[in-house]
Design a protein around this ligand. Structure first.
Ligand SMILES: Cc1cc2nc3c(=O)[nH]c(=O)nc-3n(C[C@H](O)[C@H](O)[C@H](O)COP(=O)(O)O)c2cc1C
Length: 187
């Protein structure tokens, strides 16, 4: 099957693995899908143990921030069976692609994971007008996950830059997501 719901380039989805969810980039090049996952994440451990990943497509900025920094309760996951394999997608996903995941290569820090699409489902067909506040929540969250590890002041400057765009362009959900993010990084 094709990758109809994803597109060429990097798709910033919320990846579910067994009992876990985290924002992850799914890289699609020449119709082939891969992930590069830091080995210290739960996602990497679950991929090695269970061999599947579901890419959830949704546009709730609060969920991107929450899943980047904390665990979700079991009620956030919906059980599905794909090709005989028990998997989970996120409640609230507008669509998802379920993949078989196999580790192609390992370094000390990362796993290179090959993804084979097994099933995709479009659950809703809402449209999402482009909002810079939403995009900046995603950017700020990427920087914040790194900032928590390295405490690099340059990352803090980028977070401030994106926080200003969220305040200018975001709606209530983006503002809530920003507040949560700032709490996580200790402000
Ligand atoms: C938009 C976005 C994309 C991300 N992409 C990746 C990625 O491709 N690989 C990775 O290892 N971490 C990525 N991260 C960081 C993880 O989400 C973060 O380390 C998270 O805490 C891992 O959660 P887990 O331990 O539950 O797997 C990304 C974060 C964001 C906000």
């Amino acid at each position: 099957m094709g990758l109809g719901l994803l597109r060429e380039g990097v798709n910033e989805v919320i990846a579910t693995t067994f009992g876990n969810a985290a924002p992850m980039g799914i890289i699609v090049r020449d119709s082939e899908a891969r992930m590069v996952v830091f080995r210290q994440t739960h996602t990497a451990g679950r991929i090695e143990e269970y061999g599947w990943v579901v890419a959830n497509i949704l546009f709730d900025p609060v969920l991107y921030v929450r899943t980047a920094f904390e665990d979700l309760p079991p009620s956030s996951f919906v059980d599905i069976t794909v090709a005989g394999i028990p998997m989970q997608h996120l409640a609230g996903a507008e669509g998802y692609v379920a993949f078989r995941a196999s580790v192609e290569r390992r370094t000390t820090e990362r796993l290179m994971v090959r993804l084979e699409p097994l099933k995709e489902e479009l659950i809703t067909s809402e449209v999402h007008p482009v909002n810079r506040g939403f995009s900046s929540v995603i950017e700020a969250t990427v920087h914040a996950t790194r900032y928590l590890i390295f405490r690099d002041p340059e990352l803090r400057v980028w977070i401030n830059h994106h926080a200003a765009i969220v305040r200018k362009c975001g709606g209530p959900r983006e503002l809530e997501a920003l507040q949560l993010l700032l709490t996580y990084i200790g402000e």
